[in-house]
Design a protein. Structure first.
Ligand code: 5GP
Ligand code: MG
Ligand code: MG
Length: 190
């Protein structure tokens, strides 16, 4: 099978943090639990574009119950690499979420600001329930309290790319999660 692995971009990668096998394993483990928890409910899987697309697609393939999918594009970052706290909707859902049981599938929870805003917004729109699966979490960076029901991997406070996550729109199609070499960023914020 051909795909983009670390070996293909080795000159730009410092080290791998989560392998493709670990990602697959966790997604299938959580999907089994979710399939049981939602067996009598009409499940709506929701991803925030673009980072969570890979996780959502893999997760949807791993659940054993019928599930719908929808997407939303949010802007929560100012010019730098920190959440501004102000969230704006760039592209809204196509689903009326009133009365729906929603599972937000997240790539990574950093400050938690985007997610906290989204949970409140979905509840305000009348969702019957809103839960979260986060493939990655950076506990050291959390600024607001968000109740994550389904956990993936905890990672250190390092900027990661791969499996949907980008640096300047690159590396989203890398098949595992990795830390970039410092040279890749050099000059970027000058
Ligand atoms: P939060 O509102 O939790 O601070 O921001 C979460 C969003 O910021 C994530 O969904 C992701 O898009 C982006 N983000 C946070 N940490 C990282 C990281 O280490 N790498 C990448 N590529 N994006 C990140
Ligand atoms: Mg995200
Ligand atoms: Mg990004």
């Amino acid at each position: 099978m051909v795909r983009m692995r670390i070996a293909d971009v080795q000159d730009q990668i410092d080290h791998e943090l989560v392998s493709k096998e670990e990602i697959d394993h966790k997604i299938h483990e959580v999907a089994a639990v979710v399939s049981e928890d939602y067996k009598d409910k009409d499940l709506l899987l929701l991803a925030v574009l673009k980072g969570a697309v890979n996780t959502l697609a893999a997760f949807a393939q791993a659940v054993s119950i019928p599930a719908q999918m929808d997407f939303m594009s949010l802007s929560s970052y100012g010019s730098g690499t920190k959440s501004s706290g102000t969230v704006t909707i760039r592209q809204d859902l196509s689903t009326d979420v009133r009365g729906r049981h929603i599972l937000i599938v997240e790539d990574i929870v950093d400050s938690g600001r985007t997610l906290a805003w989204l949970v409140e917004e979905l509840k305000r729109r009348g969702a019957a329930s809103v839960e979260i699966f986060a493939l990655l979490e950076k506990p050291a960076r959390r600024e607001v309290d968000v109740d994550i029901k389904y956990h993936g991997y905890e990672i250190p406070d390092e900027f990661v790319v791969g499996f949907g996550l980008d640096y300047d729109e690159r590396f989203r199609n890398l098949d595992s999660i990795a830390v970039l070499r410092p040279e890749v960023y050099q000059g970027a914020n000058e």
